[in-house]
Ligand binder design. Structure first.
Ligand SMILES: Cc1ncc(COP(=O)(O)O)c(C=O)c1O
Length: 375
């Protein structure tokens, strides 16, 4: 099963096309870089981007001013690694991670010498739930849980706060593709990916968001070689966001409302076409609660692999994002797994259809027609 090839010919159908700012959108910010002659190391554009992003999220979630602090990073992967460091994860600690997610999640635990434990996921929400984490925490000593907003599905912030308070286990929410859709909990850290293929894409980048400004200040030191006043007191790395990436981030903030509208329109069009397929397949209900980054459907027959192959033969850019479960990836074969039932069920019923802002109604109609013929 092929998931993504770096050698995709330009004529091949694409499941996702980034919605990025044009050169004209970027120019005012690039000119500021010219004037400032400041290119990285917490420059003025990165600082402005962080402030504006936090303000935008406070407004979206009706939070008082200055509730949120955030720091820009070079990638979502690094937001996870640094996030785990901030939670105090040290060598040999166990970190519970869902087995239906992107490989970045267990890989992020590796530089810390921590042990990733692959958790089963709930077959309804396709996520690692607080209940599943509670069961794991009753059987082993966990240092942290990395719960993941797969496909941008938002997680219950209050429930994760309650889990963390009750068990004492720290939580990082990997809200990679769930910018704005994910609420910011009281205690848990939130990481975003700003990769080009995410709804809020800047090329490569990430964000760590927390209510505790001290934690974000510590993140700033960790992403700059662990340095404070040029002295390294603790381990760290170079994971800073450059001014060029912050420029794209600032341009995206001005485009964000339009980006959301375009994605919502594509989602609504798919929904209309899916009405006639109700008995055979459905769009995952949690897509309603996010700014969709991909169109995930659930096949009632559980024959996802066959349907995938038939659609591929018809030149439809189907995908199996976050599948197969991570325990089937050779690199993770040695990891402890808490259960496979939910993840295996999802493997047999989940399928991704092309989803991006540039699909016409006609193209969507054709994709759904081909799906109908393939079921
Ligand atoms: C769930 C999840 N976590 C983490 C990442 C890693 O983010 P990045 O590509 O920005 O490093 C991704 C990227 O696709 C992701 O989907």
């Amino acid at each position: 099963m092929v998931f993504f090839s770096m050698n995709v010919p330009s004529s091949a159908p694409r499941s996702n096309i980034p919605d990025m700012p044009s050169v004209d959108d970027l120019l005012p910010y690039l000119r500021q870089i010219d004037e400032n002659r400041w290119y990285s190391n917490f420059g003025p554009l990165a600082q402005t981007f962080e402030t504006r992003f936090a303000q935008r999220m406070e407004k979206a979630h009706k939070l008082p001013d200055k509730t949120l602090s955030c720091v820009g990073l070079a990638s979502g992967y690094q937001a996870l690694t640094i996030g785990l460091r901030l939670l105090g994860v040290v060598p040999n600690d166990k970190v519970l991670i869902p087995s239906v997610t992107f490989p970045a999640c267990p890989l992020a635990a590796a530089p810390l010498g921590a042990e990733a434990i692959l958790s089963d996921v709930d077959p309804q929400t396709w996520t690692l739930t607080p209940e599943i984490a509670r069961q794991a925490a009753s059987k082993m000593k966990l240092a942290a849980v990395m719960s993941v907003c797969v496909y941008g599905f938002p997680l219950p912030a209050e429930e994760w706060d309650a889990f963390s308070r009750e068990t004492g286990v720290k939580v990082i929410i990997d809200a990679a593709a769930a910018v704005e859709a994910q609420k910011y909990p009281e205690t848990c850290l939130v990481a975003h990916s700003l990769h080009a293929l995410k709804p809020f894409g800047i090329g490569e980048g990430g964000l760590l968001v927390a209510r505790d400004p001290d934690l974000i200040q510590q993140a700033r030191e960790r992403i700059n070689f662990g340095m404070k006043d040029h002295i390294t007191y603790q381990t760290g790395e170079n994971a800073k966001m450059s001014e060029y990436h912050a420029a794209v981030g600032l341009a995206q903030l001005t485009r964000w409302e339009d980006i959301k509208k375009r994605r919502q329109k594509i989602y609504e069009t798919y929904k209309l076409f899916f009405e006639s397929l109700q008995d055979l397949t459905s769009i995952h209900p949690l897509l309603e609660k996010t700014i969709a980054s991909s169109l995930m459907i659930s096949l009632k027959e559980g024959n996802a692999l066959e349907v995938f192959n038939r659609l591929q033969q018809q030149n439809v850019a189907v995908h199996h994002t976050y599948l197969p479960p991570l325990y089937e990836h050779p690199a993770f074969a040695g990891l402890e797994v808490t259960g496979k039932e939910g993840a295996n069920e999802i493997k047999h019923k989940a399928l991704g259809l092309p989803f991006h802002a540039f699909l016409s109604d006609e193209e969507i109609g054709k994709i759904v027609q081909k799906l109908r013929e393939s079921l």
